[in-house]
Design a protein around this ligand. Structure first.
Ligand code: PAF
Length: 281
């Protein structure tokens, strides 16, 4: 497995493998089974598999967890070797954002609601870094988890709007046996919070059950999730959204097209995201 540290090294590696398709999984490291699923799919569906590890400062607001974001580079590299990854792109913040840096990518409407409103500037950081990573890696396919549902839609929009000519491949959420969606941030949970956290998944399943039983009123579907979350004393609800699956515009009238029900629930300072798609074939 090759390690590349700068855009020039990454591009030279890619040139040396000209004519081979490349699958790419961008990550912020501290890898778990969800990331490894992306890496394995990149491995299976392409000639070459590339993974990046970069904790991207521009997608964290001041006061968020950039400094304390969990890191374990040795373990990450071993896991990627075991997954058969060909190259790891490992830039530093100084390489990605040298003095004088001033260029950012903004996707407009789909970044506004939900996480865009809870974390102003977050998606500008994500789109900027992902485009820079794409420019260095030049992938044919890029793999992203469905857990970050809005990120996936934002990046799909960016790839389309900027004619990137690559495929954005969504990958299913990987869960712990009790249903909690895997996330590097789960490590922040205390044992009591960790025991309570599966309520997030149960709440979304309750909402889906109401939809599957024929309910089409968005408020009634959301209420099924809200009631369960409010009943958990350690959980603090940020939002439950029922939105158009593509634009993420909140649904006002009856659910009549594919929709995404998504939530953020806080346990102490840790924000847990999860979602379920409704009405997709
Ligand atoms: O999903 C993530 O881990 C990050 O947002 C990404 C896509 C690697 C960009 O920093």
């Amino acid at each position: 497995m090759d390690l590349l540290y700068t855009p020039a090294e990454m591009r030279a590696w890619r040139r040396a493998h000209d004519g081979h398709s490349a699958g790419f999984a961008p990550t912020m490291g501290y890898l778990h089974e969800g990331h490894l699923t992306l890496a394995r799919r990149a491995r299976e569906e392409n000639d070459l598999a590339v993974v990046s590890i970069f904790v991207n400062p521009t997608q964290f607001a001041p006061g968020e967890d950039f400094e304390k974001y969990p890191r374990d580079e040795e373990r990450d590299l071993q896991l990627l070797r075991d997954a058969g990854v060909d190259a790891v792109y490992f830039p530093t913040p100084a390489v990605m954002y040298p003095p004088g840096y001033q260029t950012y990518v903004t996707v407009e409407e789909v970044t506004q609601p939900l996480e865009g409103s809870a974390r102003p500037g977050h998606f500008r950081g994500v789109t900027t870094v992902v485009l820079k990573l794409f420019n260095a890696v030049e992938p044919d396919r890029a793999y992203f988890g469905r857990k970050d549902a809005q990120q996936l839609r934002v990046l799909r929009r960016m790839a389309l709007d900027l004619d990137l000519g690559l495929e954005i491949v969504p990958c299913d959420i990987v869960r712990e046996p009790d249903g909690l969606a895997m996330s590097s941030r789960n490590v922040y949970l205390s044992p009591q919070q960790r025991a309570a956290a599966p309520v997030v998944r149960r709440a979304l399943l309750a909402a889906k059950a109401r939809y599957d039983a024929g309910e089409r009123d968005p408020a009634a579907i959301r209420a099924a999730a809200i009631d369960l979350i409010r009943a958990e004393p350690l959980a603090e609800l940020e939002y439950v959204s029922l939105a158009d699956d593509d634009s993420l515009e909140e649904l006002a009238g009856p659910v009549a097209r594919p929709a995404l029900i998504s939530t953020v629930v806080r346990f102490g300072h840790t924000r847990l995201l999860d979602n379920i798609e409704l009405g997709l074939p």
